[in-house]
Design a protein around this ligand. Structure first.
Ligand code: FAD
Length: 508
């Protein structure tokens, strides 16, 4: 049976496998999907995960649940040797191992592309994964909680300052949804005022959102400005050391949240750890029929689609002649990939990929959107409804469509759920704090034992001496539980510190 290995179960990989399951006859091929994540991420929903409009789990689609006829391996492909048709798979636990394949489909997507600006690697975060989106949401809520008990000043301003770098679609949507979250949060924090919260988007070019017209882009900037969010055009980030964002315009914005959305680059593993041909930007060189192509022509049995690849855009609308990295292309290329694979398995000829851009639609917070298709543009509520309608229909599987839609209805009726669960990162802290531990073995008390033993003593020197002092406390009359609780209490952070100072805004 032909073995098809799909590297990456995101948009293109998921759709390839999903369609193959529908089109392949039983026993015709064995499909294996390898991805370090057990789900595909519906990235256009990440900005709404940030604003709390969509529950994080609803923005991802489980691979195992929906790819029942494929083999799903939750691990990373760390090397591809197409000359021998082997791939190295590195699981989270255990040693890397190799698998053989007959056909490889590379759909490993893209990662955030950064520049060597001091402090960015250490302090910024991208918006490519649901974990990143959830971190931004929770950190914003945590910062509101912290700031609400503080007096005005630089420390509080830092907590309430949020910076996004990059004015493309992903950046603007994330920025606008962060603003939407902050505005909604303010209703629950009477000690904080609208002007206490600061939003800055830094864009190196002279405009935002190249996918929409200049007029639509200007409308978005104006709308954001009215909502208290500033877009800095023709401005570059020069440093982010210690979370202090410095710009080429001379501004300095100390912040805990720097969201980096200034571009993506093809998954670097392909360039660094495979023998497949890549272009000067590290993208897999692909033909319009999605087969990989090198200097000597077609690379047999190697296929590529999505953000990791440079697929010619036959509609003439691409940048530099290639499809731009977006979901519109990745989904359609994934579907075509499946039919082309099935066609070639059955001795047929693969078809070329052709797709004319449908336009772009952005959600910018509740009731605000921007839509552009050719010269036709919509802004405001109608565009926002178009955004929600389009994406709810576009997220794969009926099950996810229902979860997202009912989530929006729930939020409309009940309000958004703003609770931060950032404490999940230290889930055992509460348990451990009060947990009983076995009492250290009491040393044998000797009436004539010296107060302090020499360090070289076989009894352990100073440690043994220290432990001889413990029994004295045991005579306090407290039960073990009371003692442990008392000790734990003394070690705990003092709650009084939180209530000692009246919040600055409480008197308002
Ligand atoms: C915030 C945001 C909003 C967006 N909004 C839109 C939008 O409105 N419209 C639109 O058209 N596009 C949008 N996009 C772009 C779109 O999401 C991407 O173009 C699309 O996800 C690309 O699909 P892909 O399959 O190539 O890659 P991905 O969907 O990123 O999938 C790649 C997969 O490969 C896996 N992988 C990576 N390396 C390896 C490895 N070594 N081994 C195994 N697996 C690996 C990854 O874990 C991932 O699951 C948005 C993107 C973002 C970030």
């Amino acid at each position: 049976m032909t073995k098809i290995l799909i590297v990456g179960g995101g948009y293109a990989g998921f759709y390839t496998a999903w369609q193959l399951e529908k089109q392949l006859n039983p026993g015709e091929a064995q499909v294996t999907v390898v991805d370090p994540l057990p789900y595909m991420t519906y990235q256009p929903f990440l900005p709404e995960v940030i604003s709390g409009n969509i529950e994080p789990r609803h923005a991802v689609v489980s691979l195992r649940r929906h790819l029942k006829r494929s083999r799903v391996i939750t691990a990373e492909v760390t090397n591809i040797d197409h000359a021998t048709k082997t791939a190295t798979i590195t699981p989270q636990i255990g040693e890397p191992y190799t698998v053989n394949y007959d056909i490889i489909v590379v759909t490993a997507g893209a990662v955030s592309r950064t520049f060597p600006i001091p402090g960015i690697a250490d302090n910024a975060i991208g918006v490519k994964t649901v974990e990143e989106a959830t971190w931004i949401r929770d950190t914003m809520i945590d910062n509101f909680n912290k700031a609400s008990t503080m007096a005005p000043g630089p420390e509080r301003t830092r907590l309430l300052t949020f910076v996004v770098v990059g004015g493309g679609f992903a950046g603007i949507e994330s920025f606008a949804e962060m603003r939407s979250l902050a505005t909604a949060l303010l209703e629950d924090y009477p000690s904080l005022q609208f002007d206490d919260v600061h939003f800055h988007l830094i864009e190196a070019a002279g405009r935002i959102m190249p996918e929409v017209s200049e007029d639509t882009a200007l409308w978005v900037i104006k709308n954001l400005a009215e909502r208290g969010a500033t877009v800095h055009l023709n401005t570059q980030v020069t440093s982010a050391v210690d979370g202090v964002v410095e710009t080429s315009a001379g501004d300095k914005f100390p912040t805990d949240v720097i969201v980096w959305t200034a571009g993506v680059m093809a998954a670097p593993i392909i360039k660094s750890n495979s023998d497949l041909p890549v272009d000067e930007r590290g993208r897999l060189r692909a033909r319009a029929d999605l087969r990989v192509e090198g200097d000597n022509g077609i690379v047999q049995d190697a296929w590529a689609a999505g953000d990791v690849s440079a697929v010619p855009d036959l509609s003439g609308g691409g940048v530099g002649g290639f499809c731009v990295p977006n979901a519109q292309h990745a989904v359609r290329q994934g579907k075509l990939m499946a039919s082309n694979l099935v066609a070639t398995l059955r001795g047929g000829t693969p078809k070329d990929y052709y797709h004319e851009n449908m336009g772009a639609v952005a959600g910018l917070g509740i009731g605000v959107g921007a839509f552009q298709s050719g010269t036709f543009a919509l802004t405001g509520v109608l565009a926002w409804l178009a955004h929600r309608g389009y994406h709810d229909l576009a997220i794969p599987t009926v099950e996810r469509k229902i979860r997202v839609l009912t989530g929006w209805i729930n939020n409309f009726v009940l309000g958004r759920d703003f609770v931060s669960l950032s404490a999940r990162e230290t889930p055992r802290a509460g348990f451990e704090r009060f947990a009983s531990r076995p009492r250290p073995a009491a040393p044998e008390a000797k009436a004539d034992a010296p107060k302090k033993l020499p360090a070289s003593s076989e009894h352990g020197g100073d440690k043994a001496a220290a432990s001889t002092e413990k029994p004295a406390a045991d005579t306090s009359g407290k039960t073990v539980t009371e003692k442990v609780a008392a000790e734990a209490g003394s070690a705990a952070p003092k709650p009084a510190a939180r209530s000692a100072k009246a919040p600055a805004g409480d008197s308002k």
